[in-house]
Design a protein around this ligand. Structure first.
Ligand code: SF4
Ligand code: SF4
Length: 83
C-alpha cells in the first residue's frame, strides 16, 4: 500500500493538496503550517496532490510503478494534444 508523507521542510501550507484530495487524506492547517496526513489508509493513488503541489512536498512511498507510469503517460498524451 502507498504511504503518503508531507515533507514539512518543503511544504508552504497552501492546502491545495488537501483541497484536491478526493478522499480526505490530507488536512490543511492554520497559519500556513505544513499540511498533515490524517487518513493515510484512504489514499486511492490518484496522485492529484502530487501534481498540484508547487513545492514537490508530497511524497508517495511504495507507489506501484505501473500506476505512476499510467499517470505520466496520460499527462504526456494530454500535452501532445495541446502541442
Ligand atoms: S500543496 Fe504542497 S505546499 Fe501546498 S500544502 Fe500541500 S504539500 Fe504543502
Ligand atoms: S494520491 Fe489522491 S487520494 Fe492519495 S492523498 Fe493524494 S490526492 Fe489524496
Amino acid at each position: 500500500m502507498v504511504q503518503i508523507e508531507v515533507d514539512e521542510s518543503l511544504c508552504k501550507g497552501c492546502g491545495m493538496c488537501a483541497d484536491v484530495c478526493p478522499t480526505g487524506v490530507l488536512e490543511k492547517q492554520e497559519n500556513f503550517e505544513p499540511t498533515k496526513v490524517v487518513n493515510p489508509d484512504d489514499c486511492i493513488q490518484c496522485l492529484s496532490c502530487l501534481e498540484i503541489c508547487p513545492a514537490y512536498a508530497v511524497i508517495h512511498k511504495e507507489l506501484i510503478p505501473v500506476r505512476r507510469l499510467q499517470i505520466e503517460t496520460s499527462t504526456l498524451d494530454m500535452i501532445k494534444k495541446i502541442l
